[in-house]
Each structure stands twice: as C-alpha cells, then as structure tokens.
Design a protein around this ligand. Structure first.
Ligand SMILES: Cc1cc2nc3c(=O)[nH]c(=O)nc-3n(C[C@H](O)[C@H](O)[C@H](O)COP(=O)(O)OP(=O)(O)OC[C@H]3O[C@@H](n4cnc5c(N)ncnc54)[C@H](O)[C@@H]3O)c2cc1C
Length: 342
C-alpha cells in the first residue's frame, strides 16, 4: 500500500472561508481510494492524534491552530447509477464541489437540487448539517451515502432514515467529530419534480416565467448574491447562528413582549416554532457592527464577517458577545451553526 503523503506545519488560510490564518501540525489530501486506505491505516496506528476532515472549509471557524492531522477531501466523480419509473439515482464523490455538482445535474437534465444552488462547500460535507435553502433540505433528496468509520476502517451505507436528518443536523454531526468519512452521496432526483418557488422571493425573481430547474437555480443564485457576501471578497461562513426552535407556549410569551417576533411553524412538529436569529441579533443592534476586522455583515445580521486580518479568536469573541446580548434581551441562547474548532 502507498504511504500517506503528509506535510508539516501547513497553512489552512486558503482552506477556510473565513480566511483565518491558522495552520495544521500535519496535513494530507485524499484524492484516490489508495489515499483513503492509507488514511485508514494511519488512523489505526495514530488513534491519539486528532484528525480533522475538511471539505471546502465553509462551515468552520478555527479559533486556534489545529494540533493534529488535517485531511482535505478531494475525491472526485459523479454519475447516473440507476433509474426507475419515478426517479434518477445520481452518485457523487465527497470531494466534488457542491454548486458545480448542482449545475452539472441541471445541465444533464436532472431536477431537484436547484433550490440548493450556490451553497459553498463539498458534496461530502452537505449531509453533515443537512444543508438547506429556499424551501429544500439535502435530506429531501438523499437516497443513501457511503461512509467509512475511521476508527475501525468499517465501510457502511446509510439510508436516508439512518442519517437522522433534522434542521442543520444529522447523525454524523452528533457523533464523535471526524469519526465518519463521507466518501460519496447518492441522490434520488424525481422525474416529475414539484417546483418549489413560494419561498423568500424566488417566485418574484421568476417574473411570471414557467419554472424549470435552470430558471429556479438562476433565481436562487441572483437572490443569494444580493444578500450574502462572497467569501472570496469578505471572509464568512454564511449564517453563523442557527434559528432557535422552541415550544409554541414559550414563543407566545416572548411575542407578548416583542409583537414583531417572527415565527415559522414546524411541519414535522406542530408543538414547535422557529424564530429568526437574524431578527433577534438585529434587535440588539449588531448589524454592520465592526471591531477591528471582525464584524457583522451590513446587509445580514446573521453573517459574521472577517474584513481582512481578524483572528479566529476575535471572531469567536464577537460571536460570544452577540450570544450574551441576545440572551440578556430575549432569554434565548443562540447556537453557532458552523463547527468551532477550539
Ligand atoms: C456564503 C455562505 C453561504 C452559505 N449558505 C448556506 C445555506 O444556505 N445553507 C446551508 O445549509 N449552509 C450554508 N453555508 C454553510 C456551508 O456552505 C455548508 O455547511 C457546507 O455544506 C459546508 O461544506 P464544506 O465542504 O465547506 O464543509 P467544511 O466546512 O469543510 O466542513 C463542515 C463539517 O463537515 C465535516 N466534513 C467535511 N467533509 C466531510 C466528509 N467528506 N466526510 C465527513 N465529514 C466531512 C467537517 O469535519 C466539518 O465538521 C454557507 C456558507 C457560506 C460561506
């Protein structure tokens, strides 16, 4: 078996969308199944060394340098593997760029992922937090995924139910971090798709045109570009806080004090309601706040930004100040959506 190519003291600045200057003691890239086998062997021999899986680094905040082996997943490939009367089944490798993969499905005539256009990152990371946008979540389209337990080398296929998808959550996110390497994901894309346009301005952007996958994707891209900063220009990880979900009684009591408090009923549980973290943060006057290079995006209170040289610690300190002020005003504890690597 080929030995793993490990580099030392490797800069991760280009591998995290906050653009934070941090490094990993050890670094390797997975490009082939030989590389995966070499990683499994290395892991068995080095169980006490922390190991961090990285896709596009667009859902991570590094507060410090990483003292262990950082592994960037670059496995490539995407193909139609089966079809039946109702659906196409498409398999994509974990290192494929998510948005390029979505556009490829549209070019090939497969619909179903268009609402998830322009989400940064990779196919393999998408199930981790069950990515979602414009009325669709990954769990709505995932058939199964192939993963490897890096602590034992066991290979396992998880069906949709076994992934235990929830709002920005999955089985994998709740497990010991970096235990499961997601090698590939298989999608079930319907032959007769129902277009989802009644969400956050998509219908208006279509401007009366008959929907199709490409038009919806283009509309979503335009909407996202108008609202969210491009990480290549301003470092960020998209929405930094999860929208709090609470029992309806708690929400009603809060709304009695704050009549404009948004509320979004949850389809899967009628006793719960979701509110908007962006609204809560806005009410605490954080939008466009800046302390050195750490700040909050001027168009979106949910987006923590690095205007240049902010350290991960400065960004996390600001996030903690925001959490504290929302707690004081609303008695709600915001949770970070990205993984904070401390
Ligand atoms: C501008 C912007 C907009 C965004 N908009 C959205 C949005 O609308 N909806 C949304 O849900 N998210 C959004 N995000 C967050 C982010 O794009 C997603 O979470 C994305 O899936 C992260 O992919 P990644 O490859 O960059 O993951 P990374 O940040 O590299 O990793 C995220 C997590 O997944 C793990 N991981 C990575 N690859 C693998 C693998 N192959 N196997 C196992 N574990 C792995 C990592 O260890 C880590 O725990 C946005 C981010 C940005 C910067």
């Amino acid at each position: 078996m080929r030995a793993m190519h490990i580099q030392q003291n490797y800069s991760l600045k280009a591998l995290n969308s906050f653009g934070v200057s941090v490094s990993a003691d050890l670094f390797t890239a997975l490009r082939s199944s030989d590389d995966v086998d070499a990683l499994i062997s290395w892991r068995k021999a080095n169980l006490s060394t922390p190991c961090l899986l990285i896709g596009g680094g667009s859902n991570m905040l590094f507060v410090h340098d990483f003292k262990g082996l950082a592994v960037v997943v670059c496995l490539k490939g995407q193909e139609l593997i089966a079809e039946d009367d109702d659906a196409f089944y498409i398999k994509a490798a974990g290192g494929e760029n998510w948005h390029d993969f979505v556009r490829w499905t549209i070019d090939e005539g497969y619909a179903g992922l268009e609402n998830l256009s322009l989400i940064p990152g990779t196919v393999g990371a998408a199930p981790m937090q069950n990515i979602g946008a414009y009325g669709v979540e990954l769990g709505d389209r995932l058939q199964s995924l192939d993963a490897i337990d890096l602590s034992t080398g066991e290979r396992r296929t998880f069906n949709n139910e076994e992934c235990q998808f929830a709002y920005r959550d999955s089985f994998f996110k709740r497990q010991q971090p970096d235990r499961w390497l997601i090698e590939s994901v298989t999608f079930r894309l319907p032959k007769n798709p129902k277009w989802i346009t009644a969400y956050a301005g998509v219908e208006a952007a279509l401007d009366g045109q008959e929907p199709n996958a490409r038009l919806i994707s283009d509309a979503v891209i335009a909407l996202r570009q108008s609202k969210l900063p491009d990480p290549k220009v301003i470092g960020n990880a998209g929405s930094f806080f999860k929208n709090p979900i609470m029992p309806i009684e708690q929400w009603k009591a809060l709304r009695a004090k704050f009549p404009d408090l948004p509320g979004y009923p949850q389809n899967d549980n009628k006793d719960l309601i979701k509110t908007s973290a962006g609204w809560l943060i806005d009410q605490c006057a954080w939008k466009a706040f800046r302390d050195g290079d750490a700040g909050i995006y001027e168009k979106h209170a949910l987006v923590l930004v690095n205007h240049g040289e902010a350290s991960g610690k400065a960004l996390w300190d600001l996030a903690e100040r925001i959490i504290k002020s929302v707690k004081e005003k609303f008695d709600l504890t915001l949770e970070a959506e990205p993984r904070v690597i401390d």
